[in-house]
Design a protein around this ligand. Structure first.
Ligand SMILES: Nc1ncnc2c1ncn2[C@@H]1O[C@H](COP(=O)(O)OP(=O)(O)OP(=O)(O)O)[C@@H](O)[C@H]1O
Ligand SMILES: [Mg+2]
Length: 253
């Protein structure tokens, strides 16, 4: 009889360096299938670094520990192989790329996934409607996009990769109220299409949790997880008191 694995991601004692500086320091975290994790923490605490290390960005060097994804040790696997396995990251600050339009990139990703060419344009149109991207599809990638437009376009690029673990770095930063509802419902719809899909979402405000049901929240301070708990309680405590209590707790878990 097959044993169905409950854990999608297991991060064990992970330390990550940028250059010679250690940013992530002995981090342990696991994500079950179907879980939606909020990751909070002060500026510069290492949240983006953590997600870059998970996706395999070579600028972020793992100095110790390991990353097990869907039962496979991906710690030294190149980024492209991790994406094929089902990890995808929507960046906090995606690079502007001249000469490549949003539509072109979306088409290539869908082709790589083996989506039938006759279906590709309707998938793109569907996301374009859902995320209000109409006028942006034929523009060079993120060139001249507003802050909120970048977030919505980056979300489409991340979702069409069809990840098992959707990682989003501040999808709610700089997004206005109406567009936040679009972003939230696109994420929610994506996750609800398959009960095994999971997410790690970095947020400073927790606004995204008004639309996406989070199962757990973690707080990172100085490259360590210092607190975990119910997302609603943690977010409201942080919004009210800041990270003062988290600093005092540092290293407790
Ligand atoms: N590519 C890089 N090159 C040099 N330093 C980096 C790089 N990436 C991260 N750092 C440094 O690592 C530390 C953690 O940065 P990181 O971007 O992970 O923080 P963060 O928690 O995501 O912050 P924010 O909430 O401001 O986005 C910072 O001191 C930052 O300057
Ligand atoms: Mg960041």
């Amino acid at each position: 009889m097959f044993k169905v694995m409950k854990t999608l991601l297991q991060v064990e004692n992970l330390s990550v360096n940028v250059g010679s500086t250690c940013i992530i320091r002995g981090l342990n975290l696991s994500v079950d299938k179907g879980e939606v994790i909020l990751l909070l923490g002060p500026n510069g605490s290492g949240k983006s670094t953590f997600l870059h290390a998970l996706i395999g960005d070579p600028r972020y060097r793992i100095s110790s520990g390991r990353i097990i994804f869907d039962g496979i040790d991906v710690s030294s696997m190149p980024m492209t192989d991790r994406v094929k396995l089902g990890l995808s990251l929507g960046l906090q600050f995606p690079p502007r790329i001249k000469g490549i339009t949003l539509r072109f990139l979306a088409e290539r990703i869908l082709e790589r996934r083996g989506v039938t060419s006759s279906v590709i344009s309707s998938v793109i149109e569907g996301y374009s409607r859902m995320l209000n991207l109409g006028g942006l599809l034929d523009k060079d990638l993120y060139v001249g996009f507003s802050g909120g437009e970048i977030k919505r376009a980056e979300l489409m690029i991340t979702l069409i990769q069809a990840p098992k673990l959707l990682m989003l770095d501040e999808p709610d930063s700089g997004v206005d109220v109406e567009n936040l509802a679009l972003v939230g419902s696109a994420i929610s719809k994506y996750l609800s299409e398959d009960v095994g899909r999971s997410a790690i979402i970095i947020t400073h405000t927790g606004y995204i949790a008004r639309y996406v049901k989070a199962t757990k929240a973690y707080v990172m301070v100085n490259g360590r997880i210092v607190c975990r708990g119910d997302p609603e309680i943690l977010v409201s405590n942080i919004l009210e008191h800041g990270f003062e209590k988290c600093f005092r707790c540092e290293g407790m878990i």
